[in-house]
Ligand binder design. Structure first.
Ligand SMILES: O=C(O)CCC(=O)C(=O)O
Ligand SMILES: [Fe+2]
Length: 280
């Protein structure tokens, strides 16, 4: 499999720096500056979409499912607050990640991720100073399998940005909805507006209908967002490509176990722990 078959290089010539690519980068930066979100439509070719969908489908059986109830802040309940407070609004979430080690080098997903110029392109778009691939063999490039159900309820991300590739949509539902910069880095939480979003009465919500093959760059720390409820038998597949601000980072053993259902020796080693010390 060759990256030039999977990525639309005529539109996004990531392997050749030049005015064409600079133009794409400038457009993405403008969108990110404006509302923290950029969608690179048609990043994959139709062959690329088909190859990634086939690979996702084949590996969906390996997805690790977790069921949680979560608020938008991923914090525990705080009974000192009124019951209607956004921090006390909990929603069902079911999540299924296919761990990254099911995606082999030379397979469709890694052919895109490892394409010459891909990392540099994403870094230039995001203008991140410290930018490294997540070194976690279970988590650097994963596929999220979302089946009929509540989607991924309203939340703020705990990381600065996410890089996702839309592979397959559900029969219906599953739109990406977001409210840019509803809170800020200075601690203005804007709970009133957040409550309106959770209630479904906000007029600030933007809706994105991502299509298979679209690459999305999203800054979700201050923008409330969700994947709307999904319906129908066909699962939604999204690849998540992870970058962090430090080299050689991996998940803690507890986090690996929770998200991917397994812990590898590297998780214990990097945590400076022996492999019999998992805290469940
Ligand atoms: O599945 C998606 O489109 C993005 C989900 C999301 O918000 C996240 O992973 O934090
Ligand atoms: Fe998110």
């Amino acid at each position: 499999m060759d990256f030039s078959d999977l990525i639309d290089l005529a539109r996004y010539p990531i392997d050749r720096r030049g005015p064409e690519l600079e133009q794409r980068i400038a457009e993405v930066r403008k969108d990110l500056a404006q509302d923290g979100c950029a969608v690179l439509r048609g990043f994959l070719t139709p062959r690329g979409i088909a190859a990634l969908a086939e690979e996702a489908e084949r590996n969906a059986v390996h997805a690790h499912r977790t069921y949680t109830r979560t608020n938008a802040y991923f914090t525990g309940d705080d009974p000192t607050l009124p019951e209607t407070h956004p921090k006390r609004r909990f929603f069902d979430r079911s999540n299924a990640f296919v761990p990254a080690d099911h995606f082999m080098p030379g397979g469709a997903l890694r052919t895109v991720y490892d394409a010459p110029g891909f990392d540099a392109f994403v870094r230039d778009c995001l203008q991140e100073r410290a930018f490294f691939r997540y070194a976690d063999p279970l988590a650097d490039a994963i596929v999220n399998v979302a089946e009929e159900g509540p989607g991924f309820p309203w939340h703020f991300d705990t990381n600065n940005f996410t890089v996702t590739l839309a592979i397959q949509n559900a029969e219906s539902g599953g739109a990406f909805e977001y409210v840019p910069a509803i809170r800020d880095a200075l601690g203005h939480e804007n709970f009133d507006d957040v409550a309106r979003v959770l209630d479904g009465t906000s007029d600030r919500v933007r809706t994105l209908h991502l299509q298979p093959g679209d690459l999305q760059l999203f800054r979700g720390r201050y923008s409330l967002h969700r994947v709307a409820p999904l319906a129908g038998p066909r699962p939604r597949y999204v690849a998540i490509l992870s970058y962090v601000d430090q080299p050689d980072m991996v998940a803690t053993p507890e986090r690996a176990k929770q998200l991917y259902g397994r812990v590898l020796p590297i998780h214990f080693e990097r945590a400076g722990r022996r492999s019999d010390t998992l805290i469940d």
